[in-house]
Design a protein around this ligand. Sequence first.
Ligand SMILES: [Cu+2]
Length: 356
Amino acid sequence: MRSLVNLIKRYGEYVFVAIFVVLSTYALGAFLTAGAANGTILPLQASREAVEIDELFNVQFWLIAFFFSLIVVFMLWSVIFHRRRGEDDDAPGEDFEGNSTLEIVWTIIPLGIVLALAVYGGSVLSNIERRATDALEVNVIGQRWAWRFEYPESGAVSSDLVLPVDRQVLLRMRSDDVIHSFWVPEFRVKQDLLPATFGDEDNTRELRITPTIKGDYKVRCAELCGELHYAMLADVMVVEPEEFETWAAAQAAECDLEAADCGARWVEQYGCTACHSFDGTQVVGPTWLGLAGSQVLLDDGSSVLADEIYLETSIINPNDQIHEGFQPNVMPVNFEEQLTEEQIAEIVAFIQTLGE
Ligand SMILES: [Cu+2]
């Protein structure tokens, strides 16, 4: 009897500590994983890939909850119950030598955990890169500070990313200038866009996503890429397959509207609106309100009439004449390759409708 009481006295507090570690792990782990599932900690799970990735997160959440609890409970226990009391408060602590068993244990256990996580992570990666044979191909082009999406299947071009629900998309990405990064938090996966002209390698990068929940999301550039990086967004719409087909057909059709209306469409699709406004506000480039027909002051001190020729030249060779107060080498110089002559003429017609 005596010895049992002694035993409890001797080891009772360890049992206590163990119970606290378990309780705290459970509370924290449950809080984190529940938060991930109901969208308070992680964004909505809107793709097949997100489900796999979140399961991996959950395993890590439980591990984190356990080690956090282990450390914090032991620390509090030491601080509260085993602090030095009394007058020799400031006296140095007891010396002790290393403990080989302990060192071996705390090396082997984390090593095992890291290796297991590596294997599990590798299998999740290979799952989310699995190829579907009917994947919808979309070319993603990033350019300071706009996104362009080309659909080779239908010929559609858009500054919005419209996707059919429950079908895998294969995004083939490249940048026309600096490094950008494609990220839709609800889809979880992320991929850098590299300049296509960097060296002679093919720098196109691929990303596969299978959206599973209809709705509106946003692509956010996740690589600091200059002044308007924060505004480098694109709308993502996940819709029914039929709705997608109708949309793609409409985007691809030849423009049979009035020239200026077609121009308005190209201006959206090719991302001019990232830098030019129609309402007088100066963004990165000059506003188009009142531009056509006005006298434009150039940075060499001369001035020029903003007629058709000036507008057209400004689109094809932006660095030829620089509008006073604006920077050269900001506007992309490759619109001549991206746009047909007709499209350029239609854009000019559109800019003229905003003129004086
Ligand atoms: Cu960017």
